[in-house]
Ligand binder design. Structure first.
Ligand code: BGP
Length: 459
C-alpha cells in the first residue's frame, strides 16, 4: 500500500533551545533552571553533562540549517530561550540574542524551511524561579511581556507560534513528581502552577490576537492515551481517572474553554482546589487557539488499585489508579517505554471527536536509543529500527487522516541528537548523529530515508 499525505504537509523536526543551543557564559545569556540545576545537582543528571555545551546551535546554526536543507525538511520547530532574550526574565533585551534569533529565522526562511517558534520549553529564567516561578502571578505577567516582545521582534516572519511545550510537565515534573527543578512534591502547588501556566498561555494568545501579525498561534500538548487493563468497571474507572488528571485537566480548559467538572469535584472533596483570580475562568473561556501540536511517545496502561491506600499523605492522582506493564508489550528498552504506534491513530480520532477536529500536527514523535554507535557501519548509523518506528507511526497517522482527522504535518523528535533533560546524551533521537566531543555531525540512515519520504510526500 502507498501512504500519500495531504498536499503541503509539514515534514520536519522539532527541538528546543536549552537542548541544542548551549549555554556557555557570554553574549549575555541569563541562567535558566536547567543551567542552574544541571550544574548544581550534577549527580541527578546522566554522566553529569550539563546544558552548557549541547550541540551548540547558538554557534552552529548556519551549519545545522544547511543540514536540515540537505534532508529536505520543510519545517522546523524550536523554542526561544527566555533567559537568552531577557536575561533577568523581565526588563532589558539582550540585543545579541535578538540578533541570533533573527538570523535563525531568516536563515530558515531563506532555505524554504518554515520556522515554528515556541515560547516556553521547560526553561524558566532563574531570576524568575527565585520569585516563585509560575506559582507567582508576577511571573505570569512577565511571561506575557516576554511573549509580546517576541511577537514584536519576530512576528513579521514567524507564522506559527506556540505558547508552551507540554504545559503539564513543568507542573507535574517540577511540583509533584520530583523530576525537574524545584523538585517540589505538593499537589496543590502543582495545580496552581498548571492553572497559572494556562492563564499565561491565554494572555499570550490574547496579546497575539490584538497585535494581528497575520500568523497562527497554538500550544503543544503531550498526550498519553490511556488504556484500561480490562472492561471491568473498576479498571475502566481507573483509566478515566488517569485521563482526567493528566490529559483532560489541561486539554479541556485550553481547547474547550473549561476545566472538567469531575476534576473540580474531586479537588473540592480533597481540599486541593488551587487559588485563582477573578476573571481567570472567563479568560480561559474566551481564548481559542488556531493550531494544536501533539507530542506522542507512549501509551499508559492502567488498572484499578489492588490495595486500599492510606489517604492521609500528600494528595496524588495515583491514589485513583495503578499503571501496569501489559504482558508481551513491545518495549523501547533504552527509554523503558512501550512502543504503540496505534496510539497516534487514537489521538487523531480523539482530536476529531472530542476537540472539534481542530487543525493539528505531530510536533514530536521519535525513538531514543542508547549506544547507537554500535550501529555505525560505513561511517553511518544504520538505524533501521528508527525507520521502522517512524513508518509504523506514519501508517497509523495516515489511517487517522483518511478517517477525517485534520492533521497538517509530522515533525520528528529530533533533528540532531540533543541534550535530554534527564538522560543527557545517553539516548539518541536525531536524524543526524552528534559526536559530542568533536561536535561533528553525520546523517543517519533514517535522515536519508526521511528525505525520500518528503520528496514523495509519503512512502
Ligand atoms: C518530550 C520533550 C522533549 C524531549 C522528549 C524526549 O517530552 O518535549 O523536550 O526531551 O520528550 O524525552 P527524553 O529526552 O526524556 O527521552
Amino acid at each position: 500500500k502507498k501512504y500519500l499525505f495531504p498536499e503541503k504537509f509539514w515534514w520536519g523536526a522539532s527541538t528546543s533551545a536549552t537542548q541544542t543551543e548551549g549555554a556557555e557564559p557570554g553574549d549575555g545569556k541569563g541562567e535558566n533552571i536547567w543551567d542552574y540545576s544541571s550544574r548544581k545537582f550534577n549527580s541527578r543528571f546522566y554522566d553529569g553533562i550539563t546544558s552548557e555545551r549541547t550541540s551548540t546551535f547558538y554557534k552552529n546554526y548556519k551549519t545545522d540549517i544547511k543540514l536540515m536543507k540537505d534532508i529536505h525538511l520543510n519545517s522546523f520547530r524550536t523554542s526561544i530561550s527566555w533567559s537568552r532574550l531577557i536575561p533577568e526574565g523581565t526588563g532589558k533585551i539582550n540585543e545579541k540574542a535578538a540578533k541570533f534569533y533573527n538570523n535563525v529565522i531568516d536563515g530558515l526562511i531563506e532555505e524554504g524551511i518554515e520556522p515554528f517558534m515556541n515560547l516556553y520549553h521547560f526553561d524558566m529564567p532563574m531570576a524568575l524561579q527565585e520569585k516563585g516561578g509560575f506559582e507567582n502571578r508576577e511571573v505570569v505577567e512577565a511571561y506575557a511581556e516576554y511573549a509580546k516582545k517576541c511577537f514584536e521582534l519576530f512576528g513579521d516572519r514567524v507564522k506559527y507560534w506556540f505558547t508552551f511545550n507540554e504545559p503539564m510537565i513543568p507542573a507535574e515534573a517540577g511540583y509533584l513528581h520530583d523530576r525537574h527543578y524545584p523538585y517540589v512534591v505538593d499537589f496543590k502547588r502543582a495545580a496552581k502552577v498548571l492553572h497559572n501556566i494556562i492563564i499565561a498561555h491565554c494572555k499570550a494568545v490574547k496579546i497575539y490576537r490584538n497585535m494581528k501579525p497575520g500568523g497562527q498561534i497554538g500550544i503543544i500538548m503531550d498526550v498519553i492515551p490511556v488504556y484500561p487493563r480490562s472492561e471491568n468497571p473498576e479498571d475502566v474507572k481507573a483509566a478515566e481517572a488517569a485521563d482526567l488528571f493528566y490529559t483532560r485537566s489541561i486539554n479541556e480548559p485550553v481547547l474547550l474553554g473549561e476545566y472538567p467538572q469531575e476534576l473540580i469535584e474531586i479537588l473540592r472533596e480533597y481540599n486541593q482546589v488551587p487559588e485563582t483570580e477573578e476573571g481567570d475562568l472567563d479568560l480561559i473561556k474566551e481564548t481559542k487557539i488556531d493550531l494544536l501540536g501533539i507530542n506522542y511517545y507512549k501509551p499508559r496502561r492502567v488498572k484499578a488499585k489492588e490495595y486500599e491506600i492510606n489517604k492521609n499523605g500528600i494528595f496524588m492522582p495515583e491514589w485513583f489508579f495503578d499503571s501496569y506493564e501489559m504482558p508481551g508489550r513491545r518495549m523501547n528498552r533504552s527509554r523503558g517505554i512501550e512502543i504503540y504506534p496505534e496510539g497516534i491513530y487514537d489521538i487523531a480520532l480523539m482530536i476529531k471527536e472530542k476537540y472539534n477536529n481542530i487543525p493539528w500536527f505531530v510536533s514530536e514523535n521519535g525513538i531514543g536509543i542508547e549506544g547507537e554507535e554500535k550501529f555505525i557501519k560505513d561511517g553511518m548509523v544504520q538505524d533501521q529500527y528508527r525507520i521502522d518506528f517512524l513508518k509504523e507511526h506514519l501508517q497509523y497517522l495516515h489511517k487517522g487522516i483518511e478517517e477525517g482527522s485534520n492533521c497538517l504535518g509530522y515533525q520528528m523528535w529530533t533533528f540532531i541528537d540533543c541534550w535530554s533533560w534527564i538522560n543527557a546524551y545517553k539516548n539518541r533521537y536525531g536524524f543526524y548523529r552528534l559526536d559530542y566531543e568533536t561536535q561533528e555531525r553525520t546523517v543517519k540512515k533514517s535522515g536519508l530515508w526521511f528525505r525520500d519520504v518528503i520528496d514523495n510526500n509519503g512512502f
